[in-house]
Structures are given as structure tokens and as C-alpha cells.
Design a protein around this ligand. Structure first.
Ligand code: ADP
Length: 429
């Protein structure tokens, strides 16, 4: 039978059904939908003429491979449904043919085409879903593996970090015990005693810092980090940090300096203590990962609504593949250097909590942090630049803080409170 004429006759009715279907799509998607569905009708015609299904299957394959229906706002996951509807419209249009015999013949000839394409699309969809699910499973497996690795890294690093100050405390305490029975009359014995007490105090301080870091990380993880907003001047914070590290910089022959920048003297509301902690961590890292005689520059610029601080060093740098990972907890990149623990020694170890805490603090302020570095190279020293964006929040976050700092007469009050902010407690890195 010559189906060409019958197909021409049912074409307007089929197009009418599709127009209703296309009405649900956004205007921009309709031309693609029309083009693809008309191509489907042409493929049915070719299949009826040649007796082969290839044209139809090729078209369905194209929808999957090149996602041409995606351009029409249709997801491939709904393709089996769409195909089912396309055939329903086709058979409904065929039923409208005036000659019942032609309608029956056309329906009979098309049934195998209908079944083949729908089965093909369903199988294809099944395969795609299985592939997607196994992809997801693979990702879940990898992230579990990473979690497991970071858990063991944590145990190794935490044990090492905690053991070092404990050993110190233990040693000094033993020496104190030995001295216990000796009279502490003369100045030398007194000085010895002072050294031992200093050693113990130092060990306990380091222990407290590590424990504080762990608490901070767990607060950040559980969204429990609460900020205490008060007026902040970045320049002051940065200068305090520079002062603090000046002796280390001298000892390690590092040039550590601040280039004042627009915005650094502007008052904004932030948690001075936490911002100090975050910026201090970055400077401590810059010192730790820059060999002696290097340079560490603190610069910045004012952007619309934000101030950007950059901490640039001439150190060993960070592989681009690790730029995101270093902000994850316990993620010390490269081989964990468990041999030397120190906050400012070159490549001195650390628990790997500084950057996650820093990121948590900056993000809690509504800011952002990222790093730029060409790579990790301990010979050529490409250096690293950490960028910190902090919102210049000009209003206090709530009424209570506004009252506390009397925002209307801010200048005097804020100036006074800045003196308080200028002596934040030191912690972690
Ligand atoms: P850590 O206690 O190990 O210093 P951090 O969270 O502060 O932990 O840093 C994570 C890792 O990021 C470090 O172990 C180091 O490999 C890398 N890193 C951080 N800052 C720098 C820097 N300025 N230069 C090179 N590497 C850095």
C-alpha cells in the first residue's frame, strides 16, 4: 500500500496534537521542538517506505547523543514518555482517516516501528540511568575513601601534634621533680627553674591552641560559629599581626611588610578577633612555607562593597590541583611532614586546620577566600597569593550592636572599641 498519501492526510492532525504539546514549552524552545518532531514524522515516512527502522532509531540516538531535544527544554529522561505520546498522536490522527481500511493498514504497519523505538528509548534510558547511578556510587565511594584517609591522617597528625607538647611538658616536669629537693637560693638555680616553667607553659599553650583549633573546626562544621560584630579597622589588625611576627621574620631573614591600600583604614563591622585569627593564619602559613630570605607582602584594594586583602609570599607554592583541597580539614598536601612541628619554622608541620578555620571565618562574614599559585616547586619557589574578600559592612548586624556602639555617634565610640579590638586573644593557625 502507498502510505505516502495517508501520511500527508494525517500530518495536519498530528501537527495539531504537537502544537498542544509545545504549548507547555517556553517560546524559545518551540522552534527546536517543532523541527525535531517534524524530523520524527519524516523518519516514520522513510521507515514505512524502506521497511527498515534505521531512520527512526538514528533520530532517537541523536536525541540522546547530541541532546538536541535538550535544546527544546526536554530532558532525555522523559524521552520514552514523549515517544509514547508522539505515537499516541500518530495513531489518533490515523483513526481520523476517512478510509477505515487505510487507517487499519497504516496502524498495522506502524505498530512494529512504535514498539521498536519505544523499547529502544526505554533501554537507552535504562542504560543512562544505570551509568548515572554507578557514577554517583563511584563518587560516593571516592569521597568515603577520602574521608577515611583524612580520618587516618587526622589520627596520625593529631597524635603527633599532641605528643610533641606533651613530651615537652613531661620532660620539663621530670626536670622540675629532680630539682625539687635542691634549694633555689641562688640566681642560676632560679633561672633554671624559670626555663623549666617556661617550657611547661609553652607546651600547654601549644596544646591549648591545637584543642582550640579542633573546637573551631567543629563549630564551623556544625554552623555554630557565632561572630561578635564590632567596628574593625583592617590596617590595625594587619599591623598587630606584623608586629607579632616581626621577631620571627628577623630571625628567618624574611621581608614581611604591609603596603597600605585604599579601604584598609575604613571602619566596618566584623568580628575583630576572628578576622585577626584568619589573617594571622595566612601570614603564619606564608612564613612557614617561605624559605629564609623570602618576601611576604600584605596588600589589598577596595572593591564595591568589599575590601580585598592579599597575602603574597615567595615560598614553595601550591600545586593548582590542591588549591581547593588545602581548605579542607586535615588536608596537608604532599607528604605530611611529621618530622618538625612549628608555627613558623620553614615547612614546620601543623594539624592542617588553619585554612579550613580561616575559610570558615571569612565565609561566616559573607566573604570569600582563594589561592593563586603556579605550582609547588621547592627549588624555583613560585610563591602563593591568598586572596581574602571581606564585606565592608557599614551597618551593625542588629539593633543591639547598633545601640552598643551608638552608631549615630560612631566615630568616638568606635574609636574606643577599636582599642579593645586591637588586643584580640591569639589562637590557632
Ligand atoms: P597546616 O597546619 O598544615 O599549615 P593549613 O590548613 O594552614 O594547615 O594549610 C594546609 C596546607 O596548605 C599546608 O599543609 C600546606 O601544604 C598548604 N599551604 C598553606 N599555605 C601555604 C603557603 N602560603 N604556601 C604553600 N603552601 C601552603
Amino acid at each position: 500500500m502507498d502510505f505516502d498519501r495517508a501520511l500527508n492526510e494525517i500530518h495536519p492532525a498530528w501537527s495539531q496534537f504537537l502544537a498542544v504539546e509545545a504549548a507547555h514549552l517556553p517560546d524559545s524552545a518551540r522552534p527546536d521542538f517543532d523541527a525535531e518532531t517534524q524530523a520524527y514524522f519524516t523518519a516514520i515516512r522513510q521507515a514505512l517506505t524502506s521497511g527498515a527502522h534505521d531512520a527512526l532509531l538514528t533520530l532517537v540516538e541523536r536525541w540522546y547523543e547530541r541532546d538536541t531535544l535538550g535544546m527544546a527544554g526536554i530532558e532525555t529522561s522523559t524521552l520514552p514518555d514523549l515517544l509514547t505520546r508522539l505515537w499516541q498522536y500518530f495513531f489518533a490522527a490515523a483513526q481520523g482517516l476517512p478510509e477505515r481500511e487505510t487507517a487499519a493498514a497504516l496502524t498495522n504497519a506502524c505498530l512494529p516501528l512504535c514498539c521498536t523505538t519505544i523499547v529502544h528509548a526505554t533501554r537507552r534510558e535504562g542504560d543512562t540511568r544505570v551509568a548515572r547511578v554507578s557514577d554517583e556510587l563511584e563518587q560516593a565511594r571516592e569521597s568515603l575513601e577520602r574521608l577515611d584517609r583524612s580520618k587516618s591522617d587526622f589520627i596520625a597528625i593529631a597524635a603527633h601534634e599532641l605528643k610533641t607538647p606533651l613530651t615537652l611538658i613531661d620532660g620539663y616536669a621530670a626536670m622540675l621533680r629532680d630539682l625539687r629537693d635542691e634549694p633555689v637560693a641562688d640566681a642560676t638555680a632560679q633561672a633554671q627553674l624559670d626555663i623549666l616553667l617556661y617550657g611547661i607553659a609553652n607546651g600547654t599553650r601549644r596544646l591549648r591552641e591545637i584543642v582550640d583549633d579542633m573546637i573551631d573546626v567543629s563549630m564551623i562544621d556544625n554552623n555554630l560559629l557565632s561572630l561578635h560584630f564590632q567596628p574593625v579597622w583592617l590596617k590595625q589588625l594587619l599591623e598587630i599581626i606584623l608586629q607579632e611576627f616581626a621577631p620571627v621574620a628577623r630571625e628567618r631573614r624574611l621581608s614581611l611588610y604591609l603596603e597600605p591600600f585604599p579601604g584598609c583604614e575604613e571602619m566596618f563591622f566584623g568580628d575583630a578577633e576572628r578576622l585577626y585569627q584568619a589573617l594571622r593564619n595566612l601570614v603564619a602559613n606564608a612564613i612557614k612555607y617561605t624559605p629564609d630570605h623570602g618576601q611576604i607582602a600584605l596588600r589589598g584594594r577596595k572593591l564595591s562593597g568589599f575590601v580585598e586583602v592579599t597575602i603574597q609570599d615567595t615560598g614553595i607554592g601550591i600545586d593548582p590541583a590542591d588549591h581547593a583541597r588545602i581548605f579542607e580539614k586535615f588536608s596537608r598536601v604532599g607528604s605530611p611532614a611529621l618530622h618538625s612541628t612549628g608555627k613558623t619554622k620553614f615547612k614546620g608541620g601543623g594539624p592542617g586546620l588553619g585554612l579550613p578555620i580561616t575559610k570558615g571565618i571569612i565565609e561566616a562574614h559573607g566573604g570569600a577566600i582563594w589561592v593563586e599559585s603556579d605550582g609547588h616547586d621547592e627549588i624555583n619557589l613560585p610563591g602563593a597569593t591568598f586572596h581574602v574578600l571581606i564585606p565592608l559592612r557599614k551597618e551593625p548586624p542588629d539593633e543591639r550592636i547598633a545601640r552598643l556602639f551608638q552608631v549615630s555617634g560612631l566615630a568616638g565610640e568606635a574609636q574606643r572599641s577599636a582599642a579593645g579590638a586591637a588586643h584580640p586573644t591569639q589562637s590557632g593557625g
